[in-house]
Design a protein around this ligand. Sequence first.
Ligand SMILES: [Zn+2]
Length: 175
Amino acid sequence: MPIRTYPDPVLAQPTIEIDNIDGKIAQLAQVMLETMYQAPGVGLAANQVGIQKKIFVYDKGDGPNVVINPVIVETSGTWTYEEGCLSVPDLHWNIVRPNKVHLQGLDLDGNTLDVEVDEYHGRIFQHETDHLNGILLIERLSEEQKQSTKKELQRMRLSPPANSHDGLHLLFGDE
Ligand SMILES: [Zn+2]
């Protein structure tokens, strides 16, 4: 499936809870995993492929996982990590977020997930849960990062690279 990129409005819309984990959801998870591996990426939320349902997939290097109806119930600490997003191609930022994350949700078999993770795993959970709530990582940038990114994008506009993505220059609006 094609991956939606900023400023596609589906990325800014909160998704809807899944109340019946049926064969269609299993199929969706499969297609999302294929799309994620093809990209390649470590995580993918359903609205990134235009489906407004609360489900994300990820693989932090030890195999595929599916999380349905995730809710982050508690966080603690802080951790800085360089983050990018398949929906905001080619850009990366050191982003500060909580380190430890307590997530509740369901797996593809409908079993309860109730897990506490940290660092890289915690970062994936926060990034993907944000997506499902309609929040892109650019909303997590510091003011300083927003300013320097604006400058960077303005420079790119003066001499746009051949492979520049449409709409990228709109990231923070025109001045
Ligand atoms: Zn993302």
